[in-house]
Design a protein around this ligand. Sequence first.
Ligand code: AFP
Length: 331
Amino acid sequence: MSTRETTLTRHLLMQQQASPGATGEFSVLMSQIALAVKTIAYDLSRAGLVDILGATGDINIQGEVTQKLDRIANDAFLQAFEYGELVSDLVSEEMEQPAQIQGNTDKGKYVIFVDPLDGSSNIDVDVTIGSIFSVHRRPAGSGDDLSRALHLPGRQQVAAGYALYGPNTMLIYTTGKGVHGFTLDPRIREFLLTHEDIRIPSRGSTYSINEGRRLEWYPSTRGYIDYVQQKDKATNRPYSGRYVGSLVADFHRTLIKGGIFLYPADPKNTNGKLRLMYECAPLAMVIEAAGGRASTGTQRILDLVPTALHQRVPLLIGSSEDVTLAESFYK
Ligand code: AFP
C-alpha cells in the first residue's frame, strides 16, 4: 500500500475536517462498524474449516432458521459498540427487542439497526452475503417507550450502508451526501477507498426478482416483468435477469450497473418479505444518495413511518427511470 492511498480512517478524518462543528464521534462510530465487518469477514473466511456452518436449532423473530454465523455476526456488532458511550441500543433481525449496549446503558447519541448477516441461507454454498446497517439519533425514552420511539422513518437516518462478503470484502456507506465504497486490503486489514462518489446509471438493462414466485404475483408485478422481457431495441429490452437471493449482492450489482431489484407483495405475503428498518430503509438511503429511487410501488420507502421494529414492506429499488416506470404498473 502506498501511504497516499485513502484508508477509511483518513477518509473519515477528511470528511470531519470539511464539516464545521463535527465532533469526531461519527468517525469513531464508523470505525466500530468497520471493526464488526472485519470480524465477520474473518469468521466467514474460515467458515468451512471450523465448526461454524449450519443451523443453531433456533428460529429467529422472522420465523427463519438461525444459522450459527447469524449469531456470530450479531455478537460482532453488539461487541463492536461496547463502551465509548456512542451507541445506546442495537435493533437486529436476530433479536425480538432492542439490545442495550454493554457499558453504554441509556447513554449514547445513536441507535443502530442492523441485519448482521443478510442472505444467510447462501452461507453454506459460498455465495456472496453481507451486513446492512442504519444509524439514527437516539430518541428519548427507555424500555417499551424507547421501543416505540424507535419507529423512525428512513428519512431521519444519519447514515446507512452495507458490507459485502464476496470475492472482496467491501464497506459502502452514505451520510446522504455521496456514496463511498471501500475494499478491505487483506495485507494490512484496512479498508481502502476504491469507489468514490458512486452514481447509479439513470436506466439499466437488468431486472432482479425471484421468478419462482411468478404464480403468486399480482397482475401489476406480472405486467412489469412481462414488459422488461419484451423485445424493443430503443429501450434496450429484453432486460437480462439476475438473482442471487442475497439482497446485498443483488443491490450492489444494481447500484453499480443500474437496473431494478424487486421484492413485491403478493396475496400470500401482503407486505413482501424484506424488513423496513434494517434492509429497505438503509438501502433506500444509499440508492437515493447515488441518484436512484426506492419505493413500495406506491410510496417512497424513506417516507414510511414504521409501525413495528421488524415490519416488512414491498421493495422496488434501483435506477430512477426503471423504478418510476415499474411504479406506473402499481398505480
Ligand atoms: P436469508 O437471510 O434467509 O437467506 O434471506 C435473504 C433475504 O432476506 C434477502 O437477502 C434476499 O433478497 C431474499 O431474502 C431472498 O428471498 P427469496 O428466497 O424469497 O427470493
